[in-house]
Design a protein around this ligand. Structure first.
Ligand code: SF4
Ligand code: SF4
Length: 82
């Protein structure tokens, strides 16, 4: 199972307007049979441009919430007044 998030295209909503294909800076998208496809997922930089430009809201980019190491709280600076 792939672990990287990728844009998903709802082909029931896609009208094949090509706006996403033309705006994609890495040519990750292509139009096949009048529908947009993520033909080269390895090229996707997750820039969100395709989702923003789609007039049909056919493209979804799932958000990924990562949990990294938690930094210890920073101790307060010692004050000279005490
Ligand atoms: S911009 Fe939206 S409607 Fe147009 S081709 Fe891309 S996915 Fe389909
Ligand atoms: S998120 Fe950006 S790089 Fe990925 S397919 Fe959409 S426009 Fe292309």
């Amino acid at each position: 199972m792939p672990t990287d998030p990728l844009p998903t295209i709802d082909h029931n909503l896609c009208t094949g307007c090509r706006r996403c294909v033309e705006i994609c800076p890495t040519q990750a998208l292509a139009q096949i049979d009048e529908k947009a496809h993520l033909l080269h997922p390895e090229l996707c930089t997750y820039c969100v441009a395709c989702q923003d430009v789609c007039p049909e809201n056919a493209i979804a980019l799932p958000f990924v919430i990562g949990f990294g190491p938690v930094s210890p709280p920073t101790p307060p600076h010692p004050t000279e007044s005490e």
